[in-house]
Design a protein around this ligand. Structure first.
Ligand code: 13P
Length: 294
């Protein structure tokens, strides 16, 4: 079933678990992820950003694909626009049937981020589309400057932001970054800040930059209140690895078989990830059947 991200994340927030949100740019990734979610009895968030939609995963083609697969699925599926910043893009995605949009005003001055986020909520909510926003700034893993503590989310400011915007989920900056970290680096996360944010906001919190963040960090982040983990770089790598392994096993394999093997590789990646973050068996045919931790 296709549902709003709010429906998925309010349940996750209430029962202290996190849902995987995977950037997906083709049929193999979307179908592999949704099939994994069904097998694991877990909700899933399929997402794509404006750059990905502009280059390859065109909105007009991906929305019908995700909607069709989501409607057939036995678990809740959300279609999220990741890192929207242009007003027209947000409107187009809401109209096209996305069930969540993320407005990323994290590089804007605070008051402008508040005003624009509030406007996006006013546009999206009447359509049953929920909204994620970002406060503080999650930068790029390759950029050394993003270790700067000034970018981390301040709990008092976050409370003001949420109260004034009516946003449904908040992406917080606690030390992760987007993309691949320099070889051997595992980021240091500010769990004290995260705990404070959860205690102050008591709402769904989002971790961007899930790739390469380290299993121990991810598990602890979930314990401290993260309800959605964004994974892009590692998911694309899993798809590429699966394709390459299938090809290397037998270079004369036809393209159809390589695509099928890629989908199986993505499915396995998602299943393993879901087991790691502990979101399996939380939902069954839309009803919560388990609130205990696996
Ligand atoms: P990674 O590519 O680091 O997993 O980040 C994904 C993300 O946060 C998408 O919004």
């Amino acid at each position: 079933m296709l549902v709003s991200m709010k429906a998925i994340l309010d349940h996750a927030n209430k029962h202290n678990y996190a849902v995987m949100a995977m950037n997906s740019i083709n049929m193999e990734m979307v179908r592999g992820a949704i099939r994994a979610a069904e097998e694991m009895h877990a909700p899933i968030i399929i997402q794509m950003g404006p750059g990905q939609m502009g280059k390859h995963a065109h909105r007009e083609e991906m929305v019908p694909l995700v909607t069709e697969l989501a409607q057939r699925a036995s678990v809740p599926v959300c279609l999220n626009m990741d890192h929207g910043s242009k007003f027209e893009d947000m409107v187009d995605c809401i109209r096209a049937g996305f069930t969540n949009v993320m407005f990323d005003g994290s590089s804007l001055p605070y008051e402008e981020n508040v005003a624009r986020t509030e406007m996006v909520c006013a546009l999206a909510h009447p359509h049953g589309c929920s909204v994620e926003a970002e406060l503080g700034h999650v930068g790029q893993a390759a950029d050394e400057d993003d270790e700067n503590a000034d970018f981390l989310t301040d709990p008092a400011m976050a409370k003001d932001f949420v109260d004034r915007t009516g946003v449904d989920a908040l992406a917080v900056a606690i030390g992760t970054a987007h993309g691949a970290y320099p070889k051997g680096k595992i980021p240091k996360l500010d769990f004290e800040r995260l705990t404070q944010l959860k205690q102050t906001l008591k709402m769904p919190l989002v971790l961007h930059g899930g790739s390469g963040a380290g299993e121990a960090n991810i598990r602890k982040a979930v314990e401290c209140g993260i309800n959605k983990i964004n994974v892009a770089t590692d998911a694309f790598q899993a798809a590429k690895d699966a394709f390459m392994a299938a090809y290397n096993e037998n270079p004369s394999k036809d393209y159809l078989q390589l695509c099928m093997d890629t989908e199986e590789g993505v499915k396995k990646f998602v299943e393993d990830y879901m087991q790691m973050i502990g979101c399996c068996n939380r939902y069954y045919y839309g009803a919560a059947v388990s609130t205990s931790k696996e």
